[in-house]
Design a protein around this ligand. Sequence first.
Ligand SMILES: Cc1cc2nc3c(=O)[nH]c(=O)nc-3n(C[C@H](O)[C@H](O)[C@H](O)COP(=O)(O)OP(=O)(O)OC[C@H]3O[C@@H](n4cnc5c(N)ncnc54)[C@H](O)[C@@H]3O)c2cc1C
Length: 502
Amino acid sequence: MTEVMEKPQQDARAATQDFDVLIVGAGISGIGSAYHLKTQNPDKTFAILEAKENIGGTWDTHKYPGVRSDSDLYTFGYRFKPWVGPPIATAEEIRKYLRDVLAENDLDQAIRFGTLITRCSWSTADKRWTVETKRADGSAGPTYRATFLWMCQGYYDHHNPYLPDWAGMADYKGQLIHAQKWDDSVDYSGKDVVVIGSGATAATVIPVLADKAKHVTMLQRSPTYFYCYPNRSDLADRLREIGVDEDTVHRCVRLDYLHNLKMLDRRAREEPDLVFDELKELIRQYAGPDFEFEPHFTPRYRPWQQRLAFIPDGDMFERIRDGKVTAITDTIDHFTADGIKLASGDELKADIVMAATGFNLLMMGGIEFEVDGKVVDWSEKATYRGMMFEGVPNMVWVFGYFRAAWTLRVDLLGDFVCRMLRHMDEKGAQEVNIVIPPALSAEPLMPWIEDDNFNPSYLVRDMDKLPKRLGDQPEWRHTQDYWREAVDIPAIDLEGAEFSYS
Ligand SMILES: Cc1cc2nc3c(=O)[nH]c(=O)nc-3n(C[C@H](O)[C@H](O)[C@H](O)COP(=O)(O)OP(=O)(O)OC[C@H]3O[C@@H](n4cnc5c(N)ncnc54)[C@H](O)[C@@H]3O)c2cc1C
C-alpha cells in the first residue's frame, strides 16, 4: 500500500461523465460513503465531485492554531478503519486517516477536485440527474449524469463564515479575523488577543494562542459547558498492553465511548444538576480547587442542549489558572480603534480579535436543485428520517449527529444506501420516491429540530432554510438519536408504504 498524496492524480479518470452514483463532497462523509459503495456494491460506477483542491472538507478548511476534533476518533472515525492514536485528533491527523482510507481502498482516483456543483436537475423521463459544475477559476466544468445522488456536502458555507456586523468594525486598527479565515500569516506572538465566542472552536484555539500571546481574553455572550478529560483511553491502552489486535481495540473502545455517551445523554436530561456538578469537579482538577464558576462558567441552558465542548487534558483551564487567559461575559457595544467597548462600559484593548462566531448554514452546498424543471425549495420539503425528501427522487443527504460523532451516521446511511441500490436493482426499479402516508398528510410541517432539543446559534439563525419534520414520528424527522437509529435504520422495510418505485 502506498500513501496517496493530498491531491491524488486525476489522469486515470474515465472518459465518460455518466455514473451510477455521484457522491458530492470529499470530506469525512463523502470518503466514508465511497468506501461503503465500493465495498458493498462493487458493480456500481461512481465519482466523488469536490469543489476544493484537497480532501477533508472541514478538516481542510479550518487552519486556526491547534484545530482538532472534539469527538473521540474511535467514534468520529469510521466503523471499518481502526483509530490507533489518542482519542482527540488534530486536523492533520484526521486528514492522514482519510488519506489512508483512500489509499488502502484505491478510492483516490474517484475524486474530481476543483469541481463545484452548481445545479442538479432530475428528469423523470430519463430517470437521471444532470449535474452541472464550475471549475475553480469560475469557468464551466464538465456536466455529469447519474442515476443516484449521494449528498455529502456538509451543512455550512466553507467560504463565508458567520461574522456579526458589529458597530465600528471599520474603526478598529488591529487585526480582526474570523477563525474560519485564519492562516499561518497571523503573528500573535506577544500580542493581546481577544477571542469572541466560547464554543468548541474558542476552547480549542485559546490554549494554543495563550502559549505565545501576551494575554488572551475569551469574550462570550453566554457561558458554555466544558468537559475536561485526559486525552487517552485507559481501555485502549490496556487492551493494547495485553496484545489485543487493533480491529478489536477499535470495536471495544468505540462501544465504550458510545456507552458512556449514551449514559451522559440520558443523565443530562434526567439529572442535569448532578451532571453539571461532575463537570465542575473535572474542571477543578485543572483549574484548581477554588475555581469560581459564577458568572462565566454557569450556562443558562441544560447540558447537551448544545454540543458539550470537550477540553482534552483541561488545557484551557490550566491557562486560566496560570493567568494567561481571562473569561468575560458581556456583549459588544461597538469596536473602537484599539479594541472593543462592551455593553457594561468596560473596554477591551486588543492587537488581534479572532471571531469564533461560527458558520452560516448552507443548504445542499448552495446547489440549485430542480425536479422536472421545477425548482426545489428545501424549506418546504418534508424529510424521511432526515435523509430523503418527498418529491426528490434518487437522492440521500448524509447529515450526521450533533450530540454524538457525525460520522456514526455516515456508516449507518452507507449501509442503507447500498442496500437500497441493491433492492432497486433486484426489482428492476430506476427510481425511488418518498411517499407521505395519507394519515400524515394533514400534519403541519415543523422546523427541522425543536428549539429545546438542540439549539446552537447557527441552527437557530437559519432553521427556516432547512427541510421540515412531520410531527414527532422518528420516520419523519432527523431524531439525532444514534442509538435508536442504529436499530431502526438497518431494519427499514424497503417495501414499506413510504417508498414508491418505478
Ligand atoms: C472546526 C470544526 C470542528 C468540528 N469537530 C467535530 C467533531 O469533533 N465531531 C463531530 O462530530 N463533528 C464535528 N464538526 C462538524 C463537522 O463539520 C462534521 O463532523 C464533519 O466533518 C462533516 O463532514 P462532511 O464530510 O459531512 O462535511 P464537510 O466537512 O463540510 O465537507 C463537505 C465537502 O463537500 C464539498 N462541497 C460542498 N458543497 C459542494 C458543491 N456545491 N460542489 C462540490 N463540493 C462541495 C466541500 O468543499 C467539502 O469538502 C466540526 C465542525 C467544525 C467546523
